[in-house]
Write a protein that binds this ligand. Sequence first.
Ligand SMILES: Nc1nc2c(ncn2[C@@H]2O[C@H](COP(=O)(O)OP(=O)(O)OP(=O)(O)O)[C@@H](O)[C@H]2O)c(=O)[nH]1
Length: 323
Amino acid sequence: MSQHQNEMNEFHWMLDMIQTIDVGLVVLDKDYQVQVWNNFMETHSGLRPDQAQGKKLFSLFPQLPEDWLRHKIDSVFFLKNRAFTTWEQRPHVFPFKNYRPITGTVDFMYQNITIIPLTSLTGIVTHISLIIYDVTDNAVNKLEAQKVNEELKILSRTDKLTQLYNRGYWQDRLEQEFNRFVRNTAPSSLVMFDIDHFKQVNDTYGHPAGDKIITLVGDTLRKVMRKTDIAGRYGGEEFGVILTDTDSEHAKIFCERLRTAIEALKPVVDGVEIPFTVSLGVAELDDQTASAKDWLANTDQALYQSKHNGRNQTSLFAHKTPD
Ligand SMILES: Nc1nc2c(ncn2[C@@H]2O[C@H](COP(=O)(O)OP(=O)(O)OP(=O)(O)O)[C@@H](O)[C@H]2O)c(=O)[nH]1
């Protein structure tokens, strides 16, 4: 075989390979006119090479993010360097449908795209090539893993009965709030509250009725508090709420709103009315509070005061003044 014949063969083989390879190949000239359009592009766009060739890419696909893609392509012409885009930056550039059976839940084909400069023998970049990879399977798997991780994260910090934060996560947030206070001195108050005579509720009406009451308290708390408040179930029938940017005076108003809302509930469980109340304690964070643990202890002390004074009330913590 002559040298020339060899070269011709190689050229045809190359064209065959370009046609059948399972990635999209598009060659554009400086006017964004399509020169090469392989099988992959035909299959996914429905446009035959003879329908695409010689046409401007952006007139074939008015949905393309034109400004963004032009910018990318122009920089490849200008800098003579490759450019990449990933599905994470833009899930898809070409509006191709997804037909993959495993990841059939998504409508569009996720794409990674490489843009490479094609240099003439004289060293001038006259054309660029877009290489389009179908990365739907990878993208969907990654997105699903992220979603599961996110759900697990939420689950690991949530109390099952009330859907409030659980003790572990809530305590972390308490530490965070304490550290935030040390840096910036916006007021912050802690509320601890506890259902009164809850043992009696359980003993009289049964544990499931008790669980229902705890759930109701969680629901009521969510209704009364602000989005920025951080509420957790601290123990069985004890709850904690961190009120950010709130001094003790306003925290007390919050507590009384919560207390009266709970008192008014009078829930009926299995045909029986079970009225119940809560006792609350408040401590505002101040310079004399050395740690998050201290803050909690101060608040507990105020809660104890409410219990001691007859329950169904709110008490404010006050530091002992020297005699
Ligand atoms: N139903 C139910 N009961 C719980 C749960 N966690 C703790 N308890 C019960 O809550 C009760 C708490 O009782 P105590 O700590 O003696 O306090 P109390 O009866 O509420 O009395 P005071 O707090 O002094 O008003 C106990 O009977 C626990 O069994 C829970 O998740 N569900």
